[in-house]
Ligand binder design. Structure first.
Ligand SMILES: *[C@@H]1O[C@H](CO)[C@@H](O)[C@H](O)[C@H]1NC(C)=O
Ligand SMILES: *[C@@H]1O[C@H](CO)[C@@H](O)[C@H](O)[C@H]1NC(C)=O
Length: 323
């Protein structure tokens, strides 16, 4: 018998737009996705799958979804650099009617452009097989959650996580594991990914954890811990988001929740002090009419008052099936 539990869901979206001469960190949380005012742009197959309150990236070929606003990932001041942390929950599942279908996988990407959806199959909805001039100059960092082995891109297997820089041939890749436990990416299970980049130590860490016994447990040791200097890849502002692609048949790649946060660090790796939220966050539209007064972790380094703030939160009480 299914167990019903009460879950308080807080849908919150905080965002800071920095004006001239202002540097601010970016932070937002999607604990679910809805169609109104979500600040997500979708291309190709991607859409909000409202039955699930999820961001569905594919239902036939390839899709891409990006956060509407470019995110500052390089500090204008040479004294500082910008770290980021992102967690998201995804699932990759076949339609029951097409159990023999296979997908290619999904990516979390930080790209210099937000207008192109890539091709299906091994291109993971991120890059096109025959890039136009504008697309061939695109710079990107991507984490691939790849469920099909493409020899063209020197994939290690059909169930791996790889770090890609301006190429789908991964710089480093490992079979999907949560600690010492193998994880099947395309099992339909919800999987949480934990990604952090330290811009002073120049290390990218990636772990995953499948939903097991009612929870996600972040492994103590990262699956990938890659020395990498992303400042050579990034423009000052980049677009963040997801892409995915199917192979043959219907495979649904879904993002269920997503949090993202940048932190500006000084040269010794300490966070640059941030101003209190209330100083620079203006209340924004409240789509559901429920203002939630708590401070979201929207840190910012404020050097002038030229800030446009936008923030809204919705809290919902839902009965959910936890079984
Ligand atoms: C691309 O980003 C701009 C903001 O820089 C935004 O106005 C536009 O809607 C985005 N387009 C797509 C397709 O994501
Ligand atoms: C870095 O930040 C720490 C903590 O705020 C501070 O003590 C230190 O002096 C800063 N270092 C530099 C080089 O700015």
């Amino acid at each position: 018998m299914a167990k019903l539990g009460m879950l308080l869901l807080i849908l919150c979206h905080g965002l800071i737009r920095a004006g001239r001469g202002v540097e601010a960190d970016t932070s937002f949380q999607y604990y679910q996705f809805s169609n109104s005012g979500n600040s997500i742009s979708v291309l190709g197959d991607a859409h909000i799958f409202i039955d699930d309150l999820a961001l569905e990236l594919t239902n036939k070929a390839a899709g891409r979804a990006t956060f509407d606003y470019p995110v500052r990932v390089i500090s204008a001041s040479p004294q500082t650099s910008i770290s980021f942390e992102t967690n998201f929950i995804f699932s990759i599942e076949n339609e029951p009617s097409t159990p023999q279908a296979y997908g290619a996988g999904l990516t979390f990407s930080i790209s210099s452009e937000n207008k192109t959806v890539g091709d299906p199959g091994g291109y993971l909805g991120l890059v096109t097989a025959n890039p136009s001039t504008s697309v061939s100059t695109t710079k990107y960092f991507a984490l691939e959650f790849d469920t099909k082995q493409d020899t063209q891109f020197q994939d290690i297997d059909d169930n791996h996580i790889g770090v890609d820089i301006n190429s789908l041939v991964s710089q480093q890749a490992k079979p999907a594991m949560s600690g010492t436990i193998p994880v099947t990416l395309a099992s339909g299970t919800h999987i949480q990914a934990y990604v952090s980049y330290n811009s002073v130590a120049h290390v990218l860490d990636v772990s995953i954890s499948p939903y097991t016994n009612g929870d996600y447990v972040k492994p103590t040791v990262s699956l990938l811990s890659v020395p990498i200097d992303l400042s050579t890849v990034f423009n000052e502002y980049m677009y963040i988001g997801f892409s995915a692609a199917t192979g043959a048949g219907t495979v649904r790649h879904k993002i269920w929740s997503w949090t993202f946060k940048t932190t500006t660090l000084n040269s010794t790796g300490q966070p640059v002090p941030t101003a209190p939220d209330s100083e620079y966050l203006a209340p924004g539209p409240s789509p559901g009419g429920f203002e939630h007064p708590f401070g979201v972790s929207t840190g910012g380094r404020v050097q002038s008052s030229a800030i446009l703030g936008l923030m809204f939160c919705v809290s919902l009480s839902l009965s959910v099936n936890l079984a």
